[in-house]
Unconditional design. Structure first.
Ligand SMILES: [Zn+2]
Length: 69
């Protein structure tokens, strides 16, 4: 299982970035909300989307869920 977190602050792009916990691009702890622990990034991303519909993957740790648009 891998722990995932979501940035509680919206980025300038309008996204809430989702990270694997401990990613070097993670914002400070006070700007993070735990998504939970999941077996796959797909499950984590689904859960993050329920918290923030604008969730977008981090380009570094979740490139498969990173959407530039
Ligand atoms: Zn990341």
């Amino acid at each position: 299982m891998v722990a995932y977190v979501v940035h509680t602050k919206m980025m300038a792009s309008g996204d809430h970035e989702v990270h694997v916990e401990g990613c070097e691009w993670c914002p400070p702890d006070e700007q993070l909300c735990k998504v939970g622990e999941f077996d796959s990034s797909e499950q984590a991303f689904e859960a993050a989307k329920k918290m923030y519909p604008e969730a977008n993957g981090c380009h570094l740790c979740l490139p498969e869920h990173y959407d530039l648009s």
